[in-house]
Ligand binder design. Structure first.
Ligand code: CAA
Length: 378
């Protein structure tokens, strides 16, 4: 078993770390406070290859692999979790089009995502009445001359207002999950409306919107994959996406732990730094241990994906453990900071708000347990 990173992985990690320190960390609190979408930064990140880390070079990607992607995600998330989720979904969309798209779909959309010509990609699966159960979706795609008409509503769509291309799931007919197909819809498509951005607890510099489709025409060539294969495409994309969110959780937790260590050494009570108290030391030790375990799970899932081995169960384990551990770590960070941790003077309150959603999106912890248990019992 090999625990060392190769040269490409180290280089991608360093590029992401340097960029995050220089261009994201200094403005993350302001982006959060003002709810600003980091347009300029996303374009710079695309120039560095961060919008297509695991995409072939022929489509403008860095072709650095799934492990490098996880490492880059950890670095970006440690500085700005909002920017990280935008990056995560864009990489996921570029990957799903690369994996299932025709040559024409690939060359039309993937280079636009990896180069930053499109600020982001969006993944429109969830609906107001279909979150954990996307198989229960009600959006329809009705066959018409030359294509399909999309009708329905999508909910919680990350980057929905900024994405150049959106992957949209809809029912084309047929039973249950086998009656779902997948379409590539361009921003500005007639009949697609973007709703008011959600006023979220955290990730306030990311964009989350509802979408409405009313007789929205998409040509036949907009279908991604075979008719009726949409659900499986979504599940496979989410397997990879969950490694991204596990990595995002690790990044946020790393930032919280770094802040905790700094504060514990600096803050004096009873005539000595609070780091001298065993109560604080144990919190730091638990956080460091849980973070290491989370990183190892995320990197194992990424390594399996990179080796083209099955990784669905491992991705769910990584997402489940990393998101829950990261919540505990950010919560401890606020506790270590005491009253100051509850104010905006220190970043740990933002980390706690940002990390909260990682046990919810890309499949709740309960759904990850379902995926893991089904794999065990199969
Ligand atoms: N890979 C390939 N195929 C898969 C698969 C996988 N990982 N998981 C399921 N399938 C296939 C099954 O084999 C089955 O195929 P057949 O029809 O040939 O038998 C088909 O898909 C249906 O599978 P299930 O019967 O298991 O489907 P289900 O309805 O019971 O759902 C579930 C399974 C795991 C609960 C799934 O619904 C799920 O993952 N739910 C959570 C949804 C989710 O994660 N949403 C996140 C939204 S995106 C987001 O949050 C992005 C963001 O903004 C950050």
């Amino acid at each position: 078993m090999e625990f060392t990173l190769n040269e490409t992985q180290r280089m991608v990690q360093q590029v992401a770390r340097d960029y995050a320190e220089r261009r994201l960390r200094p403005i993350a609190a302001q982006l959060d406070r003002e709810g600003t979408f980091p347009t300029e930064q996303l374009q710079e990140m695309a120039e560095l290859g961060l919008m297509g880390v695991n995409i072939p070079e022929r489509l403008g990607g860095a072709e650095a692999g799934a492990v490098a992607y996880a490492l880059a995600m950890m670095e970006i998330a440690a500085a700005c979790a909002s920017t990280a989720v935008t990056m995560a979904v864009t990489n996921m969309v570029a990957e799903v089009i690369t994996a299932f798209g025709t040559e024409d779909q690939q060359t039309r959309y993937v280079p636009a995502l990896t180069s930053g010509r499109y600020l982001a990609g969006a993944f429109a699966l969830s609906e107001p009445g279909a979150g954990s159960d996307p198989g229960g979706m009600r959006t329809t795609a009705t066959r018409v001359n030359g294509g399909y008409l999309l009708d329905g509503q999508k909910q919680w769509i990350t980057s929905g207002a900024y994405a150049g291309v959106l992957v949209v799931w809809a029912r084309t007919g047929g039973p249950g999950t086998r009656g779902i197909s997948c379409f590539l819809v361009e921003q500005g498509a007639k009949g697609m409306k973007t709703g008011r951005p959600e006023d979220k607890m955290g990730l306030r510099a990311s964009n989350t919107v509802p979408l409405t489709f009313e007789c929205c025409f998409v040509p036949e060539e907009a279908m991604l994959g075979e008719p009726g294969s949409g659900f499986k495409i979504a599940m496979m994309a989410l397997d990879g996406g969950r490694i991204g969110i596990a990595s995002q959780a690790c990044g946020i937790a790393q930032a919280a732990l770094d802040a905790s260590l700094r504060y514990a050494k600096d803050r004096q009570q009873f005539g000595k730094p609070i780091a001298d108290f065993q109560a604080i030391q144990w919190m730091l030790a638990d956080s460091a241990t849980e973070l290491d375990a989370a990183r190892l799970l995320a990197l194992r899932a990424a390594a399996l994906k990179e080796a083209k081995q099955p990784f669905s169960r491992e991705a769910s384990m990584a997402k489940l453990f990393a998101s829950e551990a990261a919540n505990r770590i950010c919560n401890r960070a606020v506790q270590i900071h005491g009253g100051y941790g509850y104010t905006r003077e220190f970043p740990v309150e933002r980390y706690l708000r940002d990390v909260r959603v990682t046990t919810i999106y890309e499949g709740t912890s309960e759904i990850q347990r379902t995926v893991i248990a089904r794999a065990m019992l199969r």
